[in-house]
Design a protein around this ligand. Structure first.
Ligand SMILES: NC(=O)c1ccc[n+]([C@@H]2O[C@H](COP(=O)([O-])OP(=O)(O)OC[C@H]3O[C@@H](n4cnc5c(N)ncnc54)[C@H](O)[C@@H]3O)[C@@H](O)[C@H]2O)c1
Length: 328
């Protein structure tokens, strides 16, 4: 049995990872301040499945130290806690910096003291690439060039994980620059998590807006495929920084996403408002997964977009009461 600490354990990706680890018999300590809408429902599920939850704000040095001291040494630390919306990073860049850059620094520095042997994985983002003007998959060689406060604050956290992975600190760190992840236990909102937000809005009969022409392309990655990758990287203690998404086979536009969701739910969307493109919205992001083959990792996305959307929508239908409460 291994022991893992997951920050942001009650959020979307963290809760899916926590559930998987608990199912295989690992000990899981979650650290979360439950600031995300809907996170309290994931918290309740995970607590009853055996996760120990430490409620703490990781942007406070003292609270982060206290949480990692209380959690004790672990075999792996997954840092997923974050302020996740580009829009909010413009509205309040200081809060974004606090919850992303400062919290990431607090976490990796606390790991250095309390859990130095742990494998550490940082959930970075495709936003660290900034403007992408060519419609071509992005490979591991592409450098950081963030645009948007969120892109900058996530890049700062990523750089600290990389720095602490160098010989002077000697930690074992890896960062994944993630594309669009979607699936169950995701309380997507207009500001972030567009795939889940569109299907939630469809099921609840809410109005939606599309920002831009709807032709923005993302390679969707189903959350359980991402969790498989996290576990494989941990098992092999892979270090470095890599882009990840569903790859070209799972790349769709926002408009196609809407069509597919409506086809699955059988409910047309109400008339959709069109708004101006949001700042920093990349017209095209697809991850080049050549690094996975280069490292000889037995991983590729298994869940195609249609199957993933169906699974996500099925979960949403089964949890409509929670979703209604979270969106009240
Ligand atoms: N979902 C995606 O498509 C996507 C894409 C790229 C990168 N990411 C990254 O993956 C990670 C997880 O994303 P997610 O979609 O699960 O987000 P999420 O918002 O569902 O989960 C984040 C969790 O962190 C917690 N949190 C926020 N600030 C905190 C703080 N200061 N202290 C303690 N806890 C705090 C929230 O309560 C929430 O439970 C994030 O780091 C995000 O930047 C996500």
């Amino acid at each position: 049995m291994s022991k893992a600490i997951i920050t942001g354990a009650c959020g979307f990706i963290g809760s899916c990872l926590a559930r998987r680890l608990l199912e295989r018999g690992d000990e899981v300590v979650g650290i979360d301040n439950l600031s995300r809408r809907g996170s309290e429902f994931n918290a309740a599920r995970l607590r009853s499945a055996g996760m120990r939850l430490i409620r703490a704000d990781l942007s406070s040095q003292d609270k982060a130290e206290g949480a990692f001291a209380a959690a004790g040494p672990a075999d792996a630390v997954f840092h997923l806690a974050a302020q996740v919306a580009v829009t909010l990073s413009y509205q309040d860049p200081r809060v974004d910096f606090r919850d992303n850059a400062i919290a990431a620094f607090n976490v990796i520095d606390a790991v250095r003291r309390h859990s130095p042997a742990a494998y550490c994985l940082y959930a970075s983002t495709n936003k660290v690439y900034g403007h992408l003007t060519v419609n071509r998959p992005v490979g591991e060689e592409r450098p950081l060039d963030p645009y948007t406060p969120y892109g900058v604050s996530k890049a700062v956290g990523e750089m600290y994980f990389t720095e602490y992975g160098r010989p002077e600190f000697g930690l074992s760190t890896c960062s994944l620059r993630q594309s669009c992840i979607y699936g169950h236990q995701q309380f997507g909102v207009e500001d972030q998590g567009w795939v889940a937000w569109f299907s939630i809005a469809n099921l609840l009969g809410r109005d939606i807006a599309v920002y831009g022409d709807g032709r923005q392309v993302r390679d969707l990655l189903f959350v359980e495929d991402l969790v498989d990758l996290y576990l494989l990287l941990w098992e092999r203690r892979v270090g470095g920084v890599y882009p990840v998404g569903g790859g070209e086979a799972n790349a769709i536009s926002v408009s196609e996403g809407l069509d597919r969701i409506a086809a699955i739910t059988g409910r047309p969307f109400p008339p959709i408002t069109t708004e101006a493109t949001r700042p920093g919205d990349q017209p095209y992001f697809v991850a080049d997964l050549a690094w996975v083959r280069r490292l000889g990792l037995p991983w590729s996305p298994k869940v195609g977009v249609d199957a993933g959307l169906r699974a996500m929508i099925e979960w949403q239908r089964e949890h409509l009461d929670e979703i209604r409460a979270a969106f009240a």
